[in-house]
Design a protein around this ligand. Sequence first.
Ligand SMILES: Cc1ncc(COP(=O)(O)O)c(C=O)c1O
Length: 401
Amino acid sequence: MTVSEELYKRALEHIPWGTQTNAKRPIRDFSGVMPFFVESAKGCRFKDVDGDEYIDYRLALGPVILGYGYPGVDEAVRAQLEKGVLFSMASPLEMELAERICRLVPSVEMVRFGKNGVDANASNVRIARAFSGKDKIIRCGYNGYHDWFSTGIAGNGVPKALSDYVYIVQYGDVEGLEKILKRDASSISCILSAPYDFNEDTSGEYPRALRRLADEYGIILIFDEVLTGFRLSIGGAQEYFGVRPDLTSFAKAIANGFPLSAFGGKRELMRKLDDFVLTATYAGETLSLAAAITTLKIMEEEKVHDHINRMGRRLMDGFSEIAERGGIEVKIGGFPVASYFLFNYAKDETNKKLQVELNRELFKEHVFVYDRWFISFSHKEKDIDETLGKFERALKRCMKG
Ligand SMILES: Cc1ncc(COP(=O)(O)O)c(C=O)c1O
C-alpha cells in the first residue's frame, strides 16, 4: 500500500469524503496511479506524500495562476504576517485592493470581499433580490454549495420550497432561457451564469445573448467569474468577450491560492448594501488581501497573460502534432490558459475509455491533469516540452492498450 492509500484510509475515519473538496476526492478510475495527498508544491510542480514529483496542470482547481509559492506573493504575505492577520477594525488593504479591482474590471465600480466563490455568488444574488424586490433567480452551471445553488436534488438538505424560486438552465440554452423570461420575468431578479463554462463554445455568443435578454426583460445579469476571472484575461471573461454584466463574482485566480473572493459591480446595485447587514468576520483577513494585491500587480507588470497564453498555445500545438503523428482522432480546444484534449472517435464509449486510459498513463508519467490543462506563470518552455515528451509516451501506451 502507498502512503497515499494508507492516509486516505485513515482520513475516511474522521473526515467525510476524506477531504474537503469534491474535486480532491480520489477517482476510482485512477486507483493505483493517482496521488491522494500533496506534501508540498513549488512553481508548477508538487510532491506527493510518497515522494513523487508531478508537473501540475490542475493548479489547486484554478487559483494558482502565478505558480505555487510564488516569491513576490509569499514575501508580501510574510511581511503582512508581521503586521497582523485580522484586526478589530478594517485594514487599509481592503481599500487598496478594491481600487485595483475597480480599475482592472470596468464593470465593477464597488466591491466587497468574501472567502469562497459561493460567498460571492450568494452575496450578489442577495443584492439583486434586494434591489429588484423580486425573489426568483435563473442560474446556470455550478455556482457553489449554498442552498440557492443546490435545489432540485432530493435528500441533500435543501428545503423543497426553494425550488420554486430557482430556475436552472443549461449553458448555451438561449431558447430555454427566453421561454422562462417570457413566462415569469416579472418575478425574476437576476440571471447568474458563468460567461464561459469551459465547454467547446469559445465564441462568446452565450454571454452576449445573456446581456441582450437581461436588458430586454429588465433583469440583473450576474457573471459567475469564479473560474474565469483574472484567468481568461486580466479583466476576466467579460473583458475577453466584451460583455459587461451588472454584478460579478470572482474568486479563484485573484490571490494565487490564498482564500479570497470578491463580489461587485454597478454602484447603484452595490449601494443597496447600505440598507441591510451582509457581513463576515474573516472577509477582511489581511494575508489574502496582501496576496491578492501583489498577485494582480504582478499580473499587470509582468504581462502574465501573454506568457500563459504563449505556454498554453505551445502545449496545444504540441498535442496537435503528436496526435497527427500517431494518426489519432482528437479534438483540441478551449483557451490556451485552460485547454482540453479529447478523443474524437465515432463511439462515445471508445472516447471515454481512451480518455481514462490516457489520464492513467499521464499519472504514471507524473503529469497531474484531469479534464482541463490549466497553465500558470511558472510553467516555462522547458516544463511544457518535458510535458509533451511525457504526453507522447503516455498516448502511445494508451493507444496500444
Ligand atoms: C464557476 C464556479 N462558480 C462557483 C464555484 C464555487 O466556488 P467555491 O468552491 O470557492 O465556493 C466554482 C468552484 O469550482 C466554480 O467553478
